[in-house]
Design a binder for this molecule. Sequence first.
Ligand code: PHE
Length: 451
Amino acid sequence: MSQREHFGSRFAVIAAMAGSAVGLGNIWRFPYILGENGGAAFILVYIAASLILVLPIFYAESIIGRRARSDTYGAMKKLAPGTHWHWVGLLTVISPLLLLSYYSVVGGWSVEYLFKSLSFSFTDVPAEEIPGFFGHFISSPWQPVLTHTAFMAMVTGIVLGGVKKGIEKFSKVAMPLLFVLILVIMVYSLTLPGAFKGVEYLVKPDFSRLTADACAAALGQAFFSLSLGVGTILTYSSYVKKEENLLVSGLGTAVSDLLFALIAAFAVMPAVFAAGIQPGGGPGLVFETLPFIFHKMGEGMPVVTTLISAVFFVAILAAALTSAISMLEVGVTFLADEKGMPRRRATLLLAFLCWAVGILCSLSFGPLADVKVLGLSFFDFLDGLCSDWLLPLGGLVFTLFVGWKLSKADVRDEFTNGGTVNVRLFGVVYFLMRFVAPVGILVVFATNLLM
Ligand code: PHE
């Protein structure tokens, strides 16, 4: 046990966790979900849900992971031997695989947009025509399937080839770069004619649009964005040193993730209004808007547009890959450790399954657009199932485990590093984990089911 690797410093802990958290969730998903759910009021609910309901889950996962020094399945077995709690481990194997199936489709869209950038597609036409590219691309029966396949091949190759360290190193450079870029894009976007309407949309709440659906979507987005409810943070925490302050690293991760999402929203929404796009236009929003901004930024200088957009899509691809690898890795580790399956076979098997399900998601924007599951396209159904139900369900189980199954003395010992830090705040966090988070999640589930 003592040989288990550790993160070197607090910065390394936050950087690794933020690396998993920051991904397509912040830049692709947050702006469009907020656009579908009415803007400013949604942001307020999102911030509240992140800090009051979801951050406690972050702590619950951290406590379980660091206490047990093991993955989800093993941790539950170790901390609650002879019980059925470890079956939650299965949930955390299935949900990331379902997540990966459609995450890979969106990863594929970034691949396509990288190609489009490099082939000067964004410079050869008037800016106003760029938003239309997306609908054209996505309804094709083969193009998005091809890019989804390419993305999945990269994920599989990285997991198989053991070059994970390489890509993670690369993403340590790509992530700050992405941050700087999105900041620059935001500043520019705010200067576009008509941008003011977008800002207004983000800061002037209209509570009449805040439905039960919107609240569930805010909660789901918070889980998705912080990589919670699937055991990722739990597993990462098993590598965190005993001296590390869990309160601080959790807060650091949550705040950086939130900041990233908000900046992305302020980069995208003003341009959405400037380009005359509907804010509730769905999953394509960022892909329709950003290249439009890139075109404007490099007006008359095609090289500038090409450079900015290529660097941007490479960076977002790296961010997406590091998240996607962690999704596949959970299942592979499970099959290898618990079922004795060779890693190679497990990787190929699971990647194939995700790829096949992903094809259905991809085609649901084109040839399968009329096939509905519970009234939703296959893509929307899977996305809703994962983020609005499975992730919060996983989180609920984790927080119940910490709040009601583990002894209070053990939880306090882990959270306060044996009574040396955060002693005063422990009561509040424990109360949030024990009562507020579970009740809040159940209320959102119930209203979502009933309304
Ligand atoms: N948080 C990641 C993102 O925002 C997605 C993710 C979810 C990654 C769950 C791992 C586990 O893109």
